[in-house]
Design a protein around this ligand. Structure first.
Ligand SMILES: [Zn+2]
Length: 114
């Protein structure tokens, strides 16, 4: 799912899980890359993602129930996973990208100071 879709769903549901994400954007932790023509978000980059021993380590951008949302370092879209840290197979559309597992870290407390 693209970020635009994620935001739409979050807004519609009225859930508060969009707020941590927006704080990460305003805090410069997440960079949204938009298309010039219609300002649609094409991909997003989570600056907190790091590589250790050749594996991407990712922090959730939001969590809801037993699910968490991450920005995929391989395709730049949002994927949902169970909200437990550990290795996962990416849910990218491109099946070749799914060969590379990543590690989801425990969700960080988002700093509310702006
Ligand atoms: Zn992906």
């Amino acid at each position: 799912m693209r970020l635009t879709a994620f935001k739409k769903i979050a807004n519609k549901s009225g859930c508060s899980y969009l707020n941590p994400y927006l704080r990460l954007v305003t805090g410069g932790k997440i960079i949204e890359k938009r298309k010039d023509s219609d300002r649609r978000i094409v991909v997003a980059i989570d600056n907190r993602t790091f590589i250790e021993n050749g594996t991407f380590h990712i922090y959730p951008i939001a969590a809801f129930g037993r699910c968490c949302f991450i920005i995929c370092p391989l395709c730049g879209e949002i994927h949902t996973h169970g909200n437990v840290n550990g290795y996962r197979v990416p849910h990218c559309y491109d099946f070749d990208l799914r060969k590379r597992e990543y590690f989801i870290e425990e969700m960080q407390q988002v700093n509310t100071n702006r």
